[in-house]
Every structure is written in structure tokens, then in C-alpha cells.
Design a protein around this ligand. Sequence first.
Ligand code: GUN
Ligand code: ZN
Length: 438
Amino acid sequence: MSSDTTIIRGSFLDFVEDPFYESESNSVRYVSDGLLVLENGKIRAFGTYESLQEQYSNSKIISYSDQLITPGLIDLHVHYPQTEMIAAYGEQLLQWLEKYTFPTEAKFKDAEYARKIASFFLDELLRNGTTTAVVLTTIFPQSVEVLFEEARKRQMRIIAGQVLMTRNAPDFLINDAQTAYLQTREHIKKWHGLERLLYAITPRFAITSIPEELALAGKLKAEFTDVYVHTHLAENVQEVQFTAELFPESKDYLNVYEQFGLVGERSIFAHCIQLDNSAFQRLSNAGSAIAFCPTSNLFLGSGLFKLNQAKSTQYPIKVGLATDVGGGTSLSLLQTMSDAYKIMQLQGKSLSVFQAFYLATLGAAKALSLEDKVGSFEVEKEADFVVWDLQATPVMKLRNPIAKSNNLEELAEKAFAMMILGDERAVKATYVAGNLTG
Ligand code: GUN
Ligand code: ZN
């Protein structure tokens, strides 16, 4: 055994199949007394305490006896420069962008300031149990550099890219398409695949790009096929109408991105509320992913995402949960799950706690084509995980008087209470690449 081996004992929850399509007993893996063996940042072994204890009988074990351990959470869409303007009053999307968002993002021209917020943001992600995130920056290349540098220091899995904007924004937040193309190309060469960092070509949304810029984004995607495309799609009714005016030749909003070669695997579209059946089918056929942003969709009054349609058997789409801060109201994916549950209740459906955790772990890893690296406790995956305290607050303790679950049924009830009542206070510890953070 290498000197770099760490052994964790506790109750473990992860997924082996998708609980939207398989029964809980076939999709959820709950090991009430398990061992997770970490070596060089990866999972070396995972199983019941009983089956592994002999092999590791001479090792020092870190024990989290009354806690629940899950894979590190994945936030599929979040804006780090908006951390400081979370909870901005009174507007819906387009007015909210004008009034609050664009002036805030302008500050990120200053690299020192950007680094300060990037550091704060990444530390907050970890405090919330988020170890992988798909992050928007700003139009300023330095705002990308500092985020990657700070993520690298923390060994986090961060997928990010420079935001592309050439119109319909204030002058101080507009770039020249060709310049942004060259900057993006440099970023891809420097950052994509460096340790745990990955690049996403990031046109903000159709409204803020001239067609030439989307064409250049498509050109980059064709050149660097394993780089991501990350943008917003059909969030708000006014936005959809304006997009139709700007792109009269496109048959719908998704078709704008299709026409420029931006819809495929490793394309992540945030929101997707105002989409018709045809667009859902095309996203399914393309193998693209949707970032479901519940707190944002409620806060900005955008609408109710049709998760049941996205997870249909006929046209299944990869979906992950996302906080979308600052449109979203919390960096906590527990809070995000809680609002996802309410959004489904408003549509007459119930989102189970296992479905919710799936969307924030293995489901999101699949949405990113990273399921061989993160999202569950399979051996050889990267050792990112969260230790949860199901009794973190007085109300949670009253609701969950006994922390430990002996079976899936007990776990479903206790973990559901945590998902509705919890936030970062429920995070007892976050490990990234095998290391305890914080
Ligand atoms: N659409 C374009 N930009 C944004 C943004 O910053 N936040 C949200 N929620 N939607 C957007
Ligand atoms: Zn967003």
C-alpha cells in the first residue's frame, strides 16, 4: 500500500443507473457501512466495510460514522462574476441583465479584482459540496485566466470559457468577434485538458452575438472537437421573441445554434424552458445536455422547466442541475434540489431525492461526458466526495432524530428532509482529488 493511501469509513450513496429510467433498487447504491480507499487522488477500492476490512486492517481509517457520503456535486451552469450581485431586486431576464449584470461584469476587466472574486467563489463552491462546475466568466480574457489559476490551485474540475459578446450590450462589455476568437483559441491551447481543467466555447446567448461571432465559435468547435460549447437557450419569453427578430432565417431558437455547428455532444444549454417538442427531440438526437436552473427560473420568473419531457424514454436528454448564480439565489445544490422539487410539484410530479442527487452527480457527469472520471464511487474515478450531516440544524435534527439509515427506504426519507431543509450547513467535509478542503 502506498504512503499516499487514505481510507474513509461511513455510509455511502451513489448511482449505478439512472433513477428516472430504472427502479431505485436497480439504480441507487447505498452502502450503509462502507470503505472508500483513496490513492493519489483517485478511488483505489470501494465496498462494504466487511468485505474490505481485512485487506486494510493495518491502515488508519477516517471514520464518519453518523454521516452520509456522496460523490462531489456538479454545478452544470454558474456565473462566477455574478456572485456579488446575487439577489438583485425586481426584474426579469433582459432588464435584469441591463440593470445589474452587465455593470457588475464590467468590473472583471481588473484582474486583481477578478481573482479576489474567483477565489471567493471557488471556496464557496467547496463549502457547498460542489467539486465540479461549468462556469461563465466575462468578455475579459484575464477573468478566465484567474479563474483557471485559482481552480488549479484547488485541484477542482472546472470547465469554463471567455464569454463571447458583440452586440446588444453596453460598449464596455462588447468585444470584436475576431479578437475574441483569437483569445479563445489561445485559452483552449493553454487550459483545455491541463490537469483537471477543461474549456467551454461560451457565446453568452444568441442575442449578444453577431452571426459572424457564432460562425467563429462553430469554427473553433470544429477544430477542437472535444472542447465544450456552453450557452443559454430559451429561458424567457421576451428573449425568445427578440432572438426570432435577430435571426429571421432560423426556424427556432435552437436552430440558430444548429446553423453554426454548436449543437452536439458536449454542448450544454442552460434553461430550455420555452422549447417546443421539435427542439426537445433535436437536443436528444444531438446528445446535447440541458442545465436545469430551478432557483434562477423561479427568481427571474422565467417559467417551469419540463423535466419530465427532457427525461422521456422516447427522446431522452442528458440533464444536470445548476445554480445559475446570480440569476439563481444560492450556490447550494441542496437548495437547488429543493426548488427543483417545487417546480415539479407545480407540474403535478414528484422529484425523488435519488433523482435529485442523480442530477447533481452521475447524471451531470454524463451530461459532461465525464462519467469515466467523476460522479460516482467507481474504482479509478477521481476522489471527489462530500460528507453530509443529516442533523446539521435544529430543525433537521428534529426531523431526523436518528441520523443513520439501515436501508434505502429510511435513507430516502432522511435525505429528502436534508435536501429540502439543508444548505452548506449540512456539508461536514468536502474532499477534492482525495484531499480534505477548507
Ligand atoms: N442569458 C444571457 N445571459 C444571462 C445571464 O447572465 N443569466 C441568465 N440567467 N440568463 C442569461
Ligand atoms: Zn446563466
